[in-house]
Design a protein around this ligand. Sequence first.
Ligand SMILES: O=C(O)CCC(=O)C(=O)O
Ligand SMILES: [Fe+2]
Length: 351
Amino acid sequence: MEKEEGGIAIQGVKLLAEAGISQLPPKFIRPPHERNSIAQCSPHHIPLLDLTHLHGHNRHLLLEQLHTACKQWGFFRVINHGVSARICDRMMEVVNQFFDLPIEEKMVYYEGNILKKGTRYGVSFNAETDEVLEWRDSLRHFCCPLPEVVETWPDKPAAYREIAVEYATSVRHLAEQLLAALSECLELKADRLLRSLGTFIQTLLMNYYPPCPNPELALGLTAHSDISALTVLLQDETTGLQVSQDGLWVDVEPVPNSFIVNVGDVLQVLSNDTYQSVQHRAITNSEKARVSIVMYCAPSLDTQIFPFKELVDNDHPPLFRGFTYADYRTSFYSKRREGKQPLESMRIVAV
Ligand SMILES: O=C(O)CCC(=O)C(=O)O
Ligand SMILES: [Fe+2]
C-alpha cells in the first residue's frame, strides 16, 4: 500500500486528487507547527504599487514606496506593470492545459532530482528525498538563451512554446525595469543591479496545487525564501500564497491584472541587508486547484555574490561572505533547509 501510494504520488499529486482519495496519505502530513492555523494568520496586506508612476513626475514617490516595501516586507504587488492582460491570461491557459495532459505526456519531462535536467516536470520539491511531500506538481524550465532552450520546452499544448516565449520576454522587461528602479532606490547607478547578475538566468516555474482532502494537515509549498535576486509571480484567482511577517502569515489575496514581486536571497546579500528576502509558503484548499507562474531572476552561475562595495564602509561592514551563485544554488537544491537557513549560513558572524 505504502509503495503504491508513493508510486501514484511520484507521477503527480493531481492524479492522486483525481482518484478521489478522501484522506491525505501519511507522506503529506505536516508536523503540527507547520500546519496552517487561523491563530497564526495576520489581517494585513502586502503593499500594492502602481507602476504607472515609474514614468513621470511621481517617480520619486514610487521609488520611496518600493524602497519601504523591500525593506519592511520583501514583498509587494504591482499593477499597471506593462505586461498585457492578454498574455497573462493566455499563459495561465496553456499552463493549465499542460497540467491537464494525460500523465504519460507529462512524464516525458519527469525528473526526480531537481539539479538535473533544465526542463523538469516533478512532484513536491524533490519527491525522492523530501521527508514530507508537498501537495504540488510543477513544471520548470530555463528561459535563456531563448532560441536554444525553447526546443526543450513542452510542445504540448501546441501553443505552449509561442505563448511562453512572449510571456517570458514581457516579464523579463518588467523585471529589468524593477531592477533599475531598485538600483536607484539603493542610490546606485541605474544598471548596477542588472550588471551584477552577469548574463542573468531567467527561470520559469509553474506550480499546480490540486484540491486537497485535508488542507489543514498539508502544505502546497514549504516555507522558504527564494534564492533568486528578484521573483515575479502571477497567480490565478485562488488564494494560497502566504508571506511571513512578525511571526504571522499574511494571505496574498489575488488582485486582477497584478504581479507579486519579492526580494530573493541574492538581493538581500547585494544590498547588505537593506532589503529582506522573506519566507513564504503556499497553503492548499479542498475546493479548487490553484496555479502560480513564477519567474526567478538570478545571476549567471559563475557570478560572485557579495555586498555592493558602494554600500560598505567602516560604519557598514559587509554582513555576508562572498560565494558563487553556482555553489549557493547547489547547496540549496541538495537539501532544502528550513526557512532562511541557507542565507543565514553565509552571514559573517561578528567575533
Ligand atoms: O505558489 C505560490 O504562490 C508560491 C510559489 C513560490 O513561492 C515559489 O515557487 O518559489
Ligand atoms: Fe518562492
